[in-house]
Ligand binder design. Sequence first.
Ligand code: HEC
Length: 154
Amino acid sequence: MYRKSTLSIIRVFPKLILFILILVSCENTNSTITKTIDSNAESIGKIQFEQKCIACHGFENKTEEEMIAPPMYAVKRRYMKASKNKDEFINLMSNWVKNPQQEKVLMRDAAIEKGVMPHLNYDEKDIMQIVNYLYETEMTKPEWFDAHQQSHQK
Ligand code: HEC
């Protein structure tokens, strides 16, 4: 009896190892696939942001006076302050972009100075990708930003 069961364990053992190996390798491919999907979604968000928001919110090749909207660095900072977590950030910002209204304005000085952001007819899906990208990505701070902040606090 003893012998028989030891024998059968020995016989099954290589199969068991093979099974575990297959499991482990499947998990690896799965996580690579998820990562690829994530980074694809993020780069789509980046492209959409560049196409749909940079024209007004970008500061490259612009002086502070030439800006027609606050730089995204400032917008993100304000929205991070107003939200406790990613979900709140996504809700707050997508809600704004879908329907910007004076009474919802968080960046009051900017709205007074530049006028409230116009309503732009974007796809819900594009907005969600952009907003997700903005949450996940560190925005570049314009060189003039700190001086601008100080002049506003005076
Ligand atoms: C035609 C110019 C223009 C475009 C394009 C534009 N914005 Fe704006 N946006 C503005 C201006 C001007 C303000 C500042 C006034 C204000 O707060 O409404 C602003 C403010 C904002 C704010 C802050 C609103 C608040 O609470 O005060 C957010 C968030 C925002 N934009 C997100 C976006 C995103 C995301 C995109 C791209 C999908 C985008 N904007 C495209 C002009 C634009």
